[in-house]
Design a binder for this molecule. Sequence first.
Ligand SMILES: Cc1ncc(COP(=O)(O)O)c(C=O)c1O
Length: 409
Amino acid sequence: MSNFDQSNKDVENTFVRYSESMLNDIFGTTDVTPFWVADMDFTVANPIKAELQRITDRAQFAYEFNSDAVFAAITGWYQRRHDLTLDAAKFVQVPGVLTGIALLIRELTKKGDGVLFQAPAYHQFNKVIVSAGRKAVKSPLKIVDGRYEMDFDDLNTNLSADDVNAMILCNPHNPVGRVWTREEMEKVAEIANKHGVTIISDEIHSDIIYPGHTFTSLMSVDAQNHVALIGSPAKTFGMQSISNGYIYTENAELYDTMYGVSDSMYLGHGNTFTTFATIAAFDKGAQWVDELLIYLKDSIDWIENFLKEELPEVKMYPVEGTYQIWFDFSETGFSGDDLKQKYAEAGFGFSPGTWFDQNAVDFARMNIAAPRADIQGAFKRLKAVFENSTDGIRSTPVKAEAKTKQSCC
Ligand SMILES: Cc1ncc(COP(=O)(O)O)c(C=O)c1O
């Protein structure tokens, strides 16, 4: 049995994922296995745990942070893991990735401007843009031979607008699971540069890459032309609630802007826990991540086989990276609220597709950073629910308007 197989059901569970009010809001019941938040059921790597225990045992919490040591650890990780040489002096620390994006949007654009992202998209992108008084400009990804691709023509058209000066790029992409190739990254940078658009490259999922795919940071394509890399140890090491974010650019003007805004708001350093947990993660967490990736890939393979054998009506998009899977249920005969009702009956806590794209009423996203037995149980229940529905599989799909209530995670 793998460490990742251990269930956290016995833990006193105050995680957002298990919040009764949220489960009721989203699924209409609390009786679901929650696969909706993009965090982990797993216990962190031992070196991280040891650092947190050391700090807790010491029980002294004087001012303590060390951004330079954090940046050195991150730089070492990128070099070893991605063969990418970064300059530790060119990082800016921020409390989290979304905070970093929110600051960048406010600094790089003005109220009323458009900020582009590719849809379907991590639902907080829309919020972070709109709540800053900017306009969300969506460039749809297109499905080619069962796989999502960027629509470069649409990108070119949308980025040519005078009031669109920034774009959020998500690589690897949440929720569709693409790891953009070097060619795709070069092309998107070329189009952005042509129109003088700054790319805010959200690379938070950069370490969750499956065999056959290679992560290409925008920094290895174009670190000079008004681009910024944003990451964090949160997704890689399961440190969602003790995480910091970082921004990197080799553009001096952009660096000064970012450093200035972060520093002026006193956001530019972590605390004792985030500092030492981050250093331990990047310096000593590689083996744990290697084991995690094997476990996640085995779960992906299990799901793929199960669907092929038992529920061929459910389409799963190829997962190249991230621990999110994007499913299309349009062939099941259920749609929108009916579909959500079926998930709830099966106790399957998917994120509804409409969070990521208002038209994705037949879609859902699943977070698979969970013990495999939980995943298997949920799929078996889902199959039973579909099979036992009199209006079931292969009946005519009915489009229904899905409601989006929550805005977390
Ligand atoms: C693409 C992406 N960016 C950012 C975040 C959130 O990052 P943070 O918690 O550091 O703000 C998530 C979380 O799911 C994500 O998927």
